[in-house]
Design a protein around this ligand. Structure first.
Ligand code: F6R
Length: 610
């Protein structure tokens, strides 16, 4: 999962490529590089490390030319190093390529090439492609790319340039995202929209098997398989430029946390019919008749999206009485799930490109299930392959740690659960109206929590030297505890565990000692007393407890050391509110530790490899 950029036009390519790479750094950031053609030869600059390192190199030795490709890497084959950085080139330096994805059969291809006397300069799977190109080339780059791509197995997005044809770039997409930006007298290739948004808002989203040939004045799209032209819709991107950038915040993560009220409002737009006070999903293919026939729902996702799915299960089961199973996508795809034609599979993915979730979607479809995607990226692979899409309208999420995508996913689940219940006639009119009313208040309630969050920063600073933390909760609070714990781990690097509060005494309680920090979520009225007992158990062993609870439960003060209050809502909807302090705790802890909040170690935003 790397970032690709390409440019062809009348301007100098170097800064267009490096600026574009900065917007793609969330996809991987262990090395970066560019290749630029001045019309006669191709110059390559690349270096291990962040884009700053590449830019320092370019300050010493810039590259001239109006055609180029660039790459920011998240290592899969071969450690992060100068040699393994992209672009890669053939032995004569005639061809240069950047690649996102994995070539599964690269070892056998490499063996063949080695036997033919080709020498390799890197440990990457990518390098085989460029040597194959050099061998296949007979004067036409497009034909050579087509010949080589047919030999590759795996997932890849490629951008290719050739010294002998300095008037074109070739791009190929197979199971890794790629878009083409269309400008005036210039065109672009990118893994994601923010990389080119300052230059153009008109994009083609390539489909699997598409090849794009770019000159400065033209983009032509073809099927790699048949060579026939293909037609893709030219999509106009309406995001503000600043929506895709930091907007004055110190980090994307903080900006995205504070954008949540807007993301929730946008996700609500058009989903409540004010006249009927019903949830509406215009354009949904799932008919009321099909809804009645659903006997089981599977929710499949990874990471934070999986945690949203755990909340989704509670809500759907409570409102519709349809049984729901939640699976981590990497497990679901290989466990021969008992999914059938009466199942509805809901896949959840912010990026819409997560390899395991996409594979799970395909597996569910293969088994006859209808698939509905909850995703933030409308043109993504998952959105395009699903039978139905419920889009979250959170805007681009850049920080690796997901925040506004998660709360928007929760809202999508709430809306969809109410919709299912309403179509199954499982709700009285009064119940429905009450739920809808509560949903509409959520953005403002999130705003209130964010406006009164100063004390959270001092709590976060107080835990920064901890080695271990516990998040405990029951029911929906347990699902949120899992998300709070993941958030803290990924950006503060402090180990934490989320525990179903009633399970502690079956073993884990042994880890609680004098001073152990415990964050207890206590938002479910029916479980309040049970939670007090669990809090008492940990406090008796010396734990320091922060309780997160509803304003009306102020008496929790007596049972914990510190309390963080959130406004009351329908019990099913509290996760959207209770997660906000947890997001801020992880952000401020990471900040206090001086970590790279937006780009935590070992991670990348979009996980397009298995
Ligand atoms: C954690 C995080 C990840 C993602 C996971 C799935 O903050 O962001 O756990 O939730 O990689 O990504 P998507 O939602 O793009 O499928």
């Amino acid at each position: 999962m790397c970032g690709i950029i390409g440019y062809i036009g009348n301007r100098q390519a170097q800064s267009i490529l490096t600026n574009g790479l900065r917007k793609l750094e969330y996809r991987g950031y262990d090395s970066a590089g560019i290749a630029v053609s001045d019309g006669t030869s191709i110059a390559v600059r690349k270096a291990k490390g962040r884009i700053d390192v590449l830019e320092q190199q370019l300050e010493q030795s810039s590259v001239q030319g109006q055609l180029g490709i660039g790459h920011t890497r998240w290592a899969t084959h071969g450690r992060p190093s100068d040699e393994n950085s992209h672009p890669h080139f053939d032995q004569e330096g005639i061809f240069s390529i950047v690649h996102n994805g994995i070539i599964e059969n690269y070892l056998e291809l490499k063996q063949d090439l080695l036997e033919q006397g080709v020498s390799f300069t890197s440990e990457t799977d990518t390098e085989v492609i460029v040597h194959l190109l050099a061998r296949a080339y007979e004067g036409d780059l497009v034909t050579a790319v087509r010949t080589v791509v047919k030999q590759l197995r795996g997932a890849f997005a490629l951008a290719v340039m050739c010294e002998h044809e300095p008037d074109k770039l070739v791009a190929v997409r197979y199971a890794s995202p790629l878009i083409i930006g269309v400008g005036q007298g210039e065109n672009f290739i990118a893994s994601d929209i923010p990389a080119i948004l300052e230059h153009t808002r008109d994009v083609f989203v390539l489909d699997d098997g598409d090849m794009a040939i770019l000159t400065k004045d033209r983009v032509s799209l073809h099927s790699m398989e048949t060579d026939e032209p293909v037609v893709r819709e030219l999509v106009r991107i309406e995001w503000d430029k600043e929506q895709a950038e930091k907007d004055g915040y110190e980090h994307y993560m903080l900006k995205e946390i504070y954008e949540q009220p807007r993301a929730l409002r946008n996700t609500l737009v058009g989903r409540v019919d004010e006249r009927t006070q019903k949830v509406a999903f215009p354009g949904l293919n799932l008919t009321p008749q099909a809804i009645t026939g659903i006997d089981k729902i599977f929710i499949v996702a990874c990471g934070t999206a999986y945690h949203a799915g755990l909340v989704g299960k509670y809500v759907i089961e409570s409102l519709t009485q349809i049984p729901v199973e939640v699976d981590v996508a990497s497990e679901f795809r290989y466990r021969r799930p008992l999914v059938g034609k009466n199942s509805l599979t809901i896949v959840v993915s912010q990026s819409g490109e997560t390899a395991d979730t996409l594979a799970a979607l395909r597996e569910a479809k293969r088994r006859g299930s209808t698939v509905l995607a909850i995703t933030n990226v409308v043109g993504s692979s998952i959105a395009r392959e699903a039978d139905d899409v419920v889009a979250t309208i959170a805007g681009p999420e850049i920080a690796v740690a997901s925040t506004k995508a998660y709360t928007s996913q929760l809202l999508a689940f709430y809306l969809f659960a109410v919709y299912l219940a309403q179509e199954k006639l499982a709700l009285s009119e009064q119940e429905r109206k009450q739920l809808i009313q509560a949903l509409k208040q959520l953005p403002e309630q999130v705003e209130n929590i964010l406006d009164n969050a100063d004390h959270i920063r001092s709590f976060a600073e107080s835990i920064r030297h901890e080695k271990n933390l516990f998040f405990i909760g029951r029911g929906l609070d347990y699902a949120v505890a899992l998300e709070g714990s993941l958030k803290l781990k990924e950006i503060s690097y402090i180990h934490s565990e989320a525990y179903a509060a009633g399970e502690l005494k079956h073993g884990t309680l042994a880890l609680i000692e004098e001073g152990t920090q415990v964050i207890a979520l206590v938002t479910q009225a029916e479980l309040f007393e049970k939670m007090i007992s669990n809090i008492t158990e940990v406090k008796a062993r010396g734990a320091h407890v922060l309780g997160i609870t509803l304003e009306e439960n102020i008496e929790l003060h007596r049972s914990v050391d510190e309390v963080c209050l959130i406004p009351a809502t329908e019990p099913l909807f509290t996760p959207i509110l209770s997660v906000i302090p947890l997001q801020l705790i992880s952000y401020y802890t990471s900040l206090a530790l001086g970590n790279d909040v937006d780009r935590p170690r070992n991670l990348a935003k979009s996980v397009t490899v298995e």
